[in-house]
Design a protein around this ligand. Structure first.
Ligand SMILES: Cc1cc2nc3c(=O)[nH]c(=O)nc-3n(C[C@H](O)[C@H](O)[C@H](O)COP(=O)(O)OP(=O)(O)OC[C@H]3O[C@@H](n4cnc5c(N)ncnc54)[C@H](O)[C@@H]3O)c2cc1C
Length: 333
């Protein structure tokens, strides 16, 4: 056998019938050095399902990430798969490894964060396993019943999955992060296999560098919309963000107009954020934008149109010209 055995998955219940213990695989998202915060949220979701939780850290020279996961409490097993094949973390190279693991260990659930990484990987795994992926869950009722939003967050769906393995992406803002402390699980290295994919070839990745907090985990987010009028004017928001140690986001209109890169987009087709404070500047409040930020603890809107829908979700609204209001606010802080 390739991998060490987990405890028996099936056991007789006290009523004499066979029950299946939950056994969840969490696919860690990381950059070969650090675990990304979304994995800690996903671990909380995995623990809510109950039963065994196994974490897979697959990457290239990512031993330190596995050591960090070891500090999380209540993890049954941590598997480290180190290979050059995982450069770029492509879904094409990771899927065969995960399928092989599932074949050996028979997970009941396979989880990852609902990030670009999870959104690329999980549908591929689900398709290979011939099950329906369950995307972007916001709650877990029972091990087979999950809650997710539909229609751009306008309705909440509770669904029961009858698949024997549930392949799930987890919305990070809906689960508290599991702290990386108090745990003592040792990690196991998986035998190296050939996971090189002939479908894709990883060439390089260019990441935008920023000293500001990461958008999805920042405590304060300031987003600009079409009302900003140009990319140059986003400097106003960057200056304010520096004072508040905030991340900067944007509406899709601002992204489509080329004011800012698309990794700043907040909303249904962008990132989901739920900071303590969200400041929407020159954003009208279309439902697709609200879908990405309406769970923020406090929402502040600055808009010159008193009828703008953003004011319906805002805790504090300022009807003003942003080009006057934002510099004033920055100066007063
Ligand atoms: C399938 C689909 C998915 C989508 N996904 C997303 C998504 O993920 N995220 C997203 O944001 N959108 C998304 N959209 C687009 C969405 O419908 C809106 O078009 C978009 O959010 C509008 O962006 P905005 O509020 O910046 O622009 P606008 O709606 O044009 O609003 C600009 C606002 O700026 C205000 N303003 C202008 N000048 C000033 C000034 N000087 N001072 C103060 N206020 C000023 C105006 O009063 C106005 O309210 C999606 C749409 C579709 C169909």
């Amino acid at each position: 056998m390739l991998f060490t055995c987990t405890r028996t998955l099936r056991a007789a219940s006290k009523f004499g019938s066979l029950i299946r213990y939950e056994s969840t695989l969490v696919i860690a998202e990381h950059n070969n050095e650090n675990l990304l915060p979304i994995t800690c949220n996903t671990l909380t979701a995995a623990k809510k399902i109950g039963g065994d939780v196994t974490v897979l850290v697959a990457g290239t020279k990512c031993d330190t990430v596995a050591q960090k996961v070891c500090k999380a409490k209540g993890i049954s097993k941590i598997l480290l798969a180190d290979s050059d094949a995982f450069k770029g973390f492509t879904a094409e190279s990771l899927t065969p490894l995960i399928l092989k693991l599932h074949n050996e260990l028979k997970f009941t659930h396979i989880l990852s964060g609902a990030s670009a990484f999870g959104k690329a990987l999980l549908p591929r795994i689900a398709a290979k396993l011939d099950v329906s992926p369950i995307s972007d869950i916001i709650d877990i009722k029972t091990p087979d019943t999950f809650v997710r939003t539909i229609y751009a967050g306008n309705a909440i769906q509770t669904l029961k999955s009858k698949d024997n393995v549930k392949v799930i992406s987890v919305r990070s803002t809906s689960f508290e992060p599991l702290p990386l402390e108090g745990g003592e699980t040792k990690h196991e290295s998986l035998p190296t296999g050939d996971y090189t994919s002939n479908q894709v070839q990883y060439i390089k990745q260019e990441l935008s560098k920023s000293d500001r907090p990461e958008l999805t985990s920042a405590k304060v987010v300031i987003s600009g919309g079409r009302g900003m009028k140009s990319g140059e004017n986003f400097k106003l928001l960057y200056t304010l963000a520096d004072k508040l140690n905030a991340a900067v986001g944007a509406s899709r209109a601002a992204v489509d107009a080329g004011f800012v890169p698309n990794d700043l987009q907040v909303g249904q087709t962008g990132k989901i954020v739920a900071p303590n404070l969200y400041i929407a500047v020159g954003i009208s409040g279309a439902i697709q934008h609200l879908a990405g930020m309406k769970d923020s603890k406090t929402i502040v809107a600055i808009n010159k149109d008193p009828e703008a829908p953003i004011f319906q979700v805002a805790d504090f609204g300022l009807v003003a010209d942003l080009f006057k209001a934002v510099p004033e606010l920055t100066e007063k802080l």
